[in-house]
Design a binder for this molecule. Structure first.
Ligand SMILES: [Zn+2]
Length: 159
């Protein structure tokens, strides 16, 4: 039995998400993240990675990226959350999604898209509705730049 099922997402109202089909313990590999392996040169030359944030594009190594925007990659449906319960992990040319905390049956599986903080961040509002939501899809290390709520944590980090 798969650890996930696809259904309408609570985060992305227009889209779908992955949901846990049973309780999942921290550290469990939930799903492989698969896609087309392309060279950095192809990434540079492909228009679709030009303007839009490369949500589905992963840096594998100096030479290759993975484009996960393919219909046969259900992991592409995982939504971003400011209190994500999963993370992307990988080695070599393989990627997967791993639970970073215990997940209850029926919970939506979420990850941190890891977007950097730049002038475009307002294009990507976050609708995860968690108490710690900073309002935008930005990687956790950069959220303090948007919302002062997070600055205390950041100061601690800098010490
Ligand atoms: Zn959020």
């Amino acid at each position: 039995m798969k650890l996930y099922k696809i259904k309408k997402s609570n985060i992305d109202k227009k889209g779908r998400g992955l949901y846990a089909t049973k309780d999942i313990k921290e550290g469990i590999r939930i799903i492989d993240y698969i896609g087309k392996i392309i060279t950095k040169k192809q990434t540079e030359e492909t228009e679709k990675f030009d303007n839009a944030k490369p949500i589905y594009l992963f840096n594998l190594n100096k030479k290759y990226d993975m484009d996960g925007d393919v219909s046969w990659n259900p992991a592409r449906l995982i939504n971003h959350s400011c209190t994500n319960n999963c993370d992307y992990n990988g080695t070599g040319l393989k990627l997967w999604v791993i639970a970073i905390k215990d997940i209850k049956k029926g919970e939506e599986i979420t990850a941190d898209y890891g977007f950097g903080y730049d002038e475009d961040y307002k294009q990507f509002p976050c609708k995860c509705r968690s108490k710690k939501c900073c309002g935008y899809i930005v990687r956790s290390e950069s959220r303090w730049r948007i919302n002062k709520k997070f600055s205390i944590g950041q100061q601690k980090l800098n010490k």
